[in-house]
Design a protein around this ligand. Structure first.
Ligand SMILES: Nc1ncnc2c1ncn2[C@@H]1O[C@H](COP(=O)(O)OP(=O)(O)OP(=O)(O)O)[C@@H](O)[C@H]1O
Ligand SMILES: [Mg+2]
Length: 258
């Protein structure tokens, strides 16, 4: 059990400072939402947590399970129990969703126990079936080739199925840029709700009000100009819906208006 603690994180993209001392704790057992206007740095945070090479960390730390995950390779972060959506965005022709997920489960278990011989196929089938039923997914989906000809919503489903199968302790989901229909949004929400529990925390990055109709975050953070400007309860999302971001910009003055 561990919170994800981000302290004074500074990140440059193409030599420009985008995250300017971001401090944020995602508590284990809780679902947090991160909102904020276009260009405030939300996806930059997601890519940085993922370990994307274009995002240069110039200061700060991100602690999870007593380790600074910024010092770990992306797969080590994953083995530690951090799930980052679009970690595997590539299409893999010839590899089915089921085979991909089985390799992912095996990689995780082997990282925890080098002696682990791999999950027996019947056991994996049962696991996968259970997860697909929970997410109300058609079983035929598991036989399709990963991301090969997938629609945006199907990629999202594959991602959520991956999350449900790996059962991470902390998930960071950037939903901002995805043109998801209501069913896909509900799928994301159900995936998060299905994992909800004392050993699971999530940070859902979104500026869609809609997803928050399905996932009920415990805490909402609003990002402005590379920092967290406001943190509050679910009522904060309603306030945004009604008043937009201007009141936050005004409250935080010039720096935020830049
Ligand atoms: N690869 C890049 N090269 C140059 N600038 C970048 C790059 N990635 C991000 N930026 C800049 O960093 C700032 C933050 O972008 P980011 O994508 O993190 O915002 P966001 O909060 O996710 O916005 P949105 O709500 O539109 O998804 C923007 O000004 C953007 O132009
Ligand atoms: Mg974004």
């Amino acid at each position: 059990m561990s919170d994800l603690v981000i302290r004074d994180l500074r990140v440059n993209v193409a030599d420009k400072e985008i995250l300017k001392g971001l401090t944020l704790t995602v508590e284990q057992g809780k679902v947090h939402a991160l909102m904020g206007p276009n260009g405030s740095g939300k996806s930059t945070l997601a890519y940085t947590l993922m370990g994307h090479p274009n995002y240069e960390v110039t200061g700060g730390e991100v602690i999870f399970k007593d380790q600074n995950i910024l010092e770990l390779e992306p797969d080590q972060r994953s083995h530690l129990g951090v799930f980052l959506a679009f970690q595997y965005p590539v299409a893999i022709p010839g590899v089915s969703v089921a085979n991909f997920l089985r390799s992912a489960v095996n990689a995780h278990r082997k990282a925890a126990d080098p002696e682990y011989k791999g999950i027996p196929i019947p056991e994996f089938r049962t696991l996968l079936k259970e997860k697909m039923d929970k997410l109300k997914m058609d079983h035929s989906f598991a036989g399709r080739y990963l991301n090969d000809g997938f629609s945006g919503g199907e990629k999202k489903r594959a991602e959520i199925l991956q999350m449900a199968t790996l059962m991470p302790n902390m998930a960071i989901l950037d939903e901002t840029d995805s043109g998801l229909d209501i069913d896909a949004l509900r799928n994301v929400a159900e995936g998060v709700e299905a994992l909800r529990g004392p050993d699971f925390g999530a940070l859902i990055i979104t500026h869609y009000q809609r997803i928050l109709n399905y996932v009920k975050p415990d805490v909402i953070h609003i990002m402005l100009d590379g920092r967290i400007a406001e943190t509050g309860g679910p009522d904060l999302a309603l306030k945004l819906e009604e008043h937009g971001y201007d009141w936050i910009r005004e409250k935080h003055g010039e720096a935020a208006a830049a």
